[in-house]
Design a protein around this ligand. Structure first.
Ligand SMILES: Cc1ncc(COP(=O)(O)O)c(C=O)c1O
Ligand SMILES: [Zn+2]
Length: 356
């Protein structure tokens, strides 16, 4: 196993405390000989394709339902069924296991709330400390989770971007960097969503993924490229990334045909979980979308509200960031018989204020 820079190609041994490339980019895990040997349940079913082989900490993350739509010809991947109510638990299980094996006693993250709640829970379970930096706009439900799990909660005036600045400072003092996307092991845990979809229905024609940092779409695409390399599949799904209209730096970069997302000065949307001005994983998210001949689009807050109700009518309660997947589905071109999977990233109970 090695860490590879998607920007400059430089390779690194996975040594303690190595998160980023010297060029400043995030890194991805690369395996020499990958073996497909699923065994057991949840995320750790795919241990042969994960970077952590030793003792792991699990709250039974992963193994979420893939529910066929009643009104629409789609599959909903219900990530709200994870232990803390969002897909983050998959990446967190790997990251916290890795932090403990590297001897860290504290893990720190910056988060729009879900990652913070997840890290807090897994740190509690692994009996280490967690420090969580969140922007002031974080929904009270997510703050309550972080407090209940006993983590140190640091509310930062400003946005996710400001919380990340505080995080770097904290990590330089010796805690483990557990932030979405900028920790390469996190992407590895997340990719198990792709493996599960493959095991359930094969390769969908399209997968619609809400994007904040772009880590999730990066990870699901990575899963399918690995399956292709292991000769399990021949074609890749079209990756369709969605952001909120008022905060869509990756979608803007896609439309402009460039590789890097420019920081958006003003972001404002009810989809607070994906309100991210400066995405870490822009390059790899754009690569996933372009290489798979997918698409990137944005949806308005009104369309998100409508989609929350649309999911509700099918018995699914999603938080606003997750409902963007259905809002995007309503807007894209589809062909009859297309197999489409929507990643419903988090439970509606996480951020119910948009409904009231
Ligand atoms: C509910 C929800 N959906 C989607 C995302 C987007 O994931 P990513 O930041 O990896 O693009 C997040 C990220 O925080 C989230 O919390
Ligand atoms: Zn680099």
């Amino acid at each position: 196993m090695e860490l590879v820079c998607p920007r400059c190609g430089k390779r690194y041994k996975p040594t303690k405390g190595r998160y980023l490339c010297d060029c400043g980019s995030v890194l991805l895990v690369s395996y020499k000989n990958m073996k497909w040997a699923p065994r057991g349940e949840g995320v750790w079913r795919y241990k042969s394709c994960l970077p952590h082989k030793g003792k792991h900490f699990s709250l039974q993350e992963g193994g979420t339902p893939l529910v066929k739509g009643r009104d629409r010809d789609v599959y909903y991947k219900l990530e709200g069924d994870n232990p803390t109510g969002s897909f983050k638990d998959r990446g967190t299980a790997v990251v916290v296991s890795r932090a403990v094996s590297e001897g860290f006693k504290t893990v720190s993250t910056a988060s729009t709330g879900n990652m913070g709640a997840s890290i807090a829970a897994y740190a509690a379970y692994a009996d280490i400390k967690a420090r969580i930096f969140v922007p002031s706009s974080t929904p009270i439900n997510k703050l309550s989770q972080i407090i209940a799990y006993g983590a140190e909660l640091v509310k930062v005036k400003g946005t996710f971007h400001d919380a990340v600045a505080r995080l770097w400072d904290d990590v330089s003092k010796g805690s483990y960097l557990a932030v979405t996307g900028a920790n390469p092991y996190y992407i590895e845990g997340e990719k198990t969503i792709g493996y599960e979809i493959y095991e359930d229905i094969g390769v969908p024609d399209k997968i619609i993924v809400p994007m904040g940092t772009g880590g999730l779409i990066t990870s699901i695409y990575k899963a399918f490229t690995e399956l292709k390399r292991m000769r399990k599949i021949r074609k890749l799904p079209q990756m369709i990334g969605v952001q909120a209209g008022n905060c869509s730096p990756i979608v803007n970069a896609y439309s402009e045909g460039v590789d890097r997302a420019e920081r958006m000065e003003k972001c404002n949307t009810i989809a607070s979980a994906i309100m991210i001005k400066t995405p870490f994983n822009d390059l790899t998210a754009l690569n996933a979308i372009r290489k798979s001949k997918g698409d990137a689009l944005s949806v308005s807050d009104a369309e998100i509200r409508h989609a929350i109700r649309g999911l509700g009518e099918e018995g699914i309660f999603a938080e606003p960031a997750s409902a963007t997947a259905l809002a995007a589905y309503e807007k894209i071109e589809k062909e009859k018989g297309d197999k489409v999977a929507l990643i419903i990233t988090g439970s509606g109970l996480k951020d119910p204020s948009a409904v009231i």
